[in-house]
Design a protein around this ligand. Sequence first.
Ligand code: VGL
Ligand code: ZN
Length: 198
Amino acid sequence: MTRALIVIDVQNDFCPGGALAVPGGDEIVSSINALMAEHEAVVLTQDWHPSGHSSFASSHDGKAPYDMIDMPYGPQVLWPDHCVQGTQGAAFHADLNTDRADMIVRKGYRPAIDSYSAFFENDHETPTGLEGYLRTRGITKLTMVGLATDFCVNFSAVDAAKLGFNVTVQMSLCRAIDLEGSLAAAQSGMIDAGVTLA
Ligand code: VGL
Ligand code: ZN
């Protein structure tokens, strides 16, 4: 069995001081680096939005961060501007061991659609290419860690389980945004999808 560690969005904007800071987001970095040694493959994901992205509240008149809107692909939370391509906020946390990464998957780069999952954009059908990468390398078992538990980790883990991968989310190496019960909903959704929460 070939195992991959999938490190979701450990970027400055999701860490304390960032534009969409996840509480404690920086606390997990050194333990994530240590876990890399237990995996044959390491994949990093990077939220990577053009400026003016449709998931930003600032792109919609009269909307504020954390408001919801209906997009053609379904409901979408509006966020503060974050992870704009090429900015310091979009860069990986300075202590994350990016040298060990075999693959970096960028997502959320299409202006009109968000992408929480490392596998599919928020329409649940446009692929990022990660599935093909993992399958062609013979990887069957995934450990997921990173930010944020209830959005990008959750969507990535559920998609991976639906695709037939053996998926474990290491909860102690994730941190959540937790909007109106989103963490509890994510945990039960992941369990229902067959994800192991460790
Ligand atoms: C994320 C909100 C917006 C995440 C990304 O990485 O969980 N959350 N963009
Ligand atoms: Zn984003």
